[in-house]
Design a protein around this ligand. Structure first.
Ligand SMILES: Nc1nc2c(ncn2[C@@H]2O[C@H](COP(=O)(O)OP(=O)(O)OP(=O)(O)O)[C@@H](O)[C@H]2O)c(=O)[nH]1
Ligand SMILES: [Mg+2]
Length: 355
């Protein structure tokens, strides 16, 4: 799953990207600011830290997300705005968008549109996405209308899509996102190939001055919002992991915003982790919320899904409370679940299978 960082020029996207990637142990090369940058990032998970102490495995594997840092889109300048369209396909390919808007004061960094107004910036970007989606939906609508005038093709199916597309155009024209016009899963599926931008989960990040990091963030332009300092995050990322806690305590911060951001993205995309543990490996596996046990088994290996018998399951918190598997069993916390069991975040799974 991929998260794209977007926003106006010089809002701190690449600084935040570097912090997100480096704190997860990857090196980034930002020598080409006009190019997109991609990094694979570990999703922080305190449960894994506990399980590592518990199982002493040879190997630890975190859940992962991809982060894509796109160059700034200058919507104020017509030529630059056209040029930025080269990056829109990459944005459409992402599963989630994070709009990074500048809130920090600085005399050396020129302010987009000569003002520092993150809420207006986020709003402008949302508007641009709605505009792009409208363009796409309206042209699909007119093609469908033309096609329905001919006697060929599956008219019922086309009529259904036409009704949906009309509703979408209506929503976009009144500046509501595509997501607000989708009524059920079937409609969602029908729209998959369009990759509408205003259908994606969106989070806005206010990149604030260092003194403002502990101010709470309120919803911005109708989106979920986080306030953080990309600069501070970058400094934290460059410290050895053991020194980070002290640095945060000095700043009176409970945790690094980077970790909260990565987790927030994971949750906004409706992803959950199930865990596996043993002497070889402790690992978090990513599945969409609502996934059943046999499908979850298939993410490990198709053979495990094919030969699925039962899943021995303990909720992480139950294991932690009991102290070990034996005690959890004695307390009746180890369950045997079948194929249709809906796996929950933090379930420790041990699949029994036979092939
Ligand atoms: N004071 C201050 N400066 C920052 C902060 N974040 C970024 N900057 C500075 O702002 C400038 C732009 O930062 P980048 O991270 O490159 O911004 P960007 O959004 O990737 O820029 P483009 O990709 O060109 O749109 C750099 O000079 C940064 O050092 C911040 O939190 N505080
Ligand atoms: Mg950049």
């Amino acid at each position: 799953m991929r998260v794209a960082l977007i926003g106006p020029p010089q809002s701190g996207k690449s600084t935040l990207f570097a912090a997100v990637a480096e704190a997860g142990g990857s090196n980034v090369d930002l020598s080409r600011p006009d190019q997109p940058h991609l990094a694979v990032v570990k999703v922080p998970d305190e449960r894994l830290d506990w399980l590592v102490n518990f199982a002493k495995p040879e190997k630890l594997t975190h859940a992962e997300l991809e982060f894509l840092d796109l160059p700034g889109f200058d919507l104020a300048d017509q030529a630059a705005r056209e040029h930025s369209k080269t990056h829109w396909p990459a944005m459409r390919n992402a599963d989630m968008l994070v709009v990074v808007a500048r809130e920090f004061a600085s005399d050396s960094v020129p302010a987009y549109r000569n003002r520092v107004d993150p809420s207006a910036d986020v709003e402008e970007f949302l508007g641009e996405m709605i505009f792009a989606d409208l363009d796409q939906a309206a042209s699909r609508l007119s093609r469908l209308e033309a096609s329905l005038k001919k006697p060929t093709g599956d008219r019922h199916e086309q009529q259904q899509e036409l009704d949906l597309m009309k509703r979408i155009v209506e929503a976009l024209e009144s500046e509501r996102p595509v997501s607000s016009a989708i009524r059920n899963e079937a409609e969602g599926k029908l729209l998959r190939s369009f990759a509408f931008l205003s259908r994606k989960p969106i989070l806005s990040v206010l990149n604030c001055s260092e003194d403002d990091v502990s101010r709470p963030a309120e919803a911005t332009a109708g989106t979920d919002c986080m306030r953080l300092s990309a600069k501070i995050e970058e400094e934290i990322a460059q410290l050895a992991p053991a020194d980070r806690k002290e640095f945060l305590a000095d700043l009176d911060l409970p945790s690094s915003a980077r970790d909260r951001l990565v987790r927030a993205c994971y949750e906004r995309m409706d992803l959950v982790s199930f865990l596996t543990q043993g002497p070889k490996e402790v690992r978090a596996w990513t599945i969409p919320a609502g996934t059943d046990a046999v499908t979850a088994a298939g993410t490990i290996h198709s053979d495990i899904a094919r030969g699925f018998i039962r899943a021995e399951t303990i909720a992480f918190e139950d294991l932690k409370q009991a102290g070990d598997v034996k005690a959890a069993k004695a307390a009746g916390k180890v369950r045997l679940e079948g194929k249709g069991y809906v796996v929950r975040d933090g379930d420790i799974m041990n699949f029994r299978f036979n092939v």
